[in-house]
Write a protein that binds this ligand. Structure first.
Ligand code: ATP
Length: 138
């Protein structure tokens, strides 16, 4: 069965939304295969966000993501990559549809980085790569 790497980002974690995110994942029917709370260092984040290196939001994104604890989660279930991205909603929380995590719980806070509560892998290849970065033992 497919796996995906989900992060409750520092904004979501600090707002106490981890339980709500996990609740939605479990209510959808996916299993939690691993769960950890950690404040990621910049080396880990440079690897995680390698595809965005050079973009104007890259350094602000790494700074934001290392600013406090995140919950890292491996979820499991058929087509959970696509399924979690549907649960998360559009990247921009202002545009994300109500009913989604970002649409229900997110907004624009007037900052350089879009604080959008969660990350979810976007393909099987990135899921396995990202799981290796966050859970090298898996
Ligand atoms: P999605 O794939 O649904 O867009 P994502 O989290 O995978 O979600 P990416 O495009 O991979 O989004 O971008 C990574 C993160 O960088 C975003 O979640 C957001 O926090 C931030 N980001 C992306 N684009 C911008 C932007 N134009 N300005 C500011 N921050 C951005």
């Amino acid at each position: 069965t497919e796996r995906s790497l989900v992060l409750v980002k520092p904004d979501g974690f600090a707002r106490g939304l981890t339980g709500e995110v996990l609740r939605r994942i479990e209510a959808k029917g996916y299993r939690l295969a691993a769960l950890a709370v950690t404040t990621p260092d910049t080396d880990r984040l440079h690897r995680h966000y390698a595809e965005h290196e050079g973009k104007p939001f890259f350094e602000p994104l790494v700074a934001f993501m290392s600013s406090g604890p995140v919950a890292a989660v491996v979820i499991e279930g058929e087509r959970c990559i696509e399924g979690f991205r549907a649960l998360a909603g559009a990247t921009d929380p202002t545009a994300a549809l109500p009913g989604t995590i970002r649409g229900d719980l997110g907004r624009d806070w007037g900052e350089k980085v879009q604080k959008n509560i969660v990350h979810g892998s976007d393909s099987p290849e990135s899921a396995e790569r990202e799981i290796g970065i966050w859970f090298p033992e898996l």
